[in-house]
Design a protein around this ligand. Structure first.
Ligand code: HEM
Ligand code: HEM
Length: 206
């Protein structure tokens, strides 16, 4: 998850830069890499380590409010942070999906679904692709502020996300941590599938 998180941060910065500068070959290359990581993360959310599973940190709004009023040490994502994680994953997925249908005025650098969709859908996707990046930026700002605040007031979750170690005392039963090899195999398979789908098109940019 550390690899997923920090690669995602680097790729999103790169995607924002390449998108804004019109560097479409690099933009699409990074986008497919991020898509492979994100799809693997979503699958890992179903079968992976217990604290990474969506069912582990999906909470009712009441539980999230209760946590915000009276934070307690939590192993894994806390109920309030869990909401932001779902929002960030959904927004990044939306950015990827709309990118596939975004128009760039060129047969090569248009998203690969442009030629299959009607003008209305392409125009809608292109608008969302431009607007959603602002929404992602706002949510990331809140997310980073919350991570800094939590690390300062409670336990250092930022350091945990770098080292993989926590200073929290885990007295209850240790959560199951799965070996991550299947996650990386899945990323590799997805990268291969994206290469088969779009590799030849990407090579035409160079
Ligand atoms: C592009 C920007 C970012 C995005 C899209 C993002 C997204 C995410 C996601 C999806 C998770 C859940 C990880 C998982 O379960 O797989 C997460 C967790 C986390 N992120 Fe970020 N993040 C970003 C930047 C940052 C930065 C810059 C920091 C630190 C300053 C940070 C600190 C954290 C922490 C501490 C957690 C774990 C929270 C917990 O223990 O519950 N994130 N982030
Ligand atoms: C999370 C992934 C992505 C991010 C963060 C992202 C971000 C951006 C940004 C910031 C822009 C500039 C928007 C503007 O002009 O204001 C852009 C443009 C563009 N993106 Fe993405 N993008 C992503 C995924 C994709 C994907 C998967 C594709 C297609 C395979 C794609 C295709 C395009 C195209 C064609 C443009 C040019 C639009 C234009 O010139 O008006 N993007 N993207």
């Amino acid at each position: 998850m550390r690899v997923f998180h920090w690669s995602q941060v680097v790729l999103l910065v790169g995607l924002w830069y390449t998108g804004s500068e019109g560097l479409m070959a690099e933009h699409q290359l990074m986008a497919y890499t991020l898509a492979a990581l994100l799809i693997a993360r979503i699958c890992w959310g179903g079968y992976g380590s217990v604290t990474a599973r969506f069912s582990h940190f999906a909470a009712t709004p009441l539980a999230a409010l209760r946590y915000l009023r009276q934070p307690k040490p939590v192993v894994g994502h806390n109920p309030a942070g869990g909401y932001m994680i779902f929002i960030l994953i959904a927004l990044v997925a939306l950015q990827l999906l709309t990118g596939l249908a975004t128009f760039d005025n060129s047969y090569i650098s248009d998203g690969p679904l442009v030629r299959y969709l009607s003008d209305d859908w392409v125009s809608l996707a292109s608008k969302i692709h431009k607007l959603n990046i602002d929404l992602i930026t706002i949510c990331v700002a809140v997310h980073v502020f919350a991570a800094l605040w939590h690390s300062w007031r409670h336990d250092n979750v930022i350091l945990t996300l770098i080292t993989g170690k926590t200073k929290l005392e885990v007295t209850a039963q240790q959560p199951l941590v799965k070996n991550s090899w299947s996650f990386f195999v899945l990323v590799a398979v997805l990268l291969l599938l994206f290469y088969v789908w779009q590799g030849e098109m990407l090579l035409r940019f160079i």
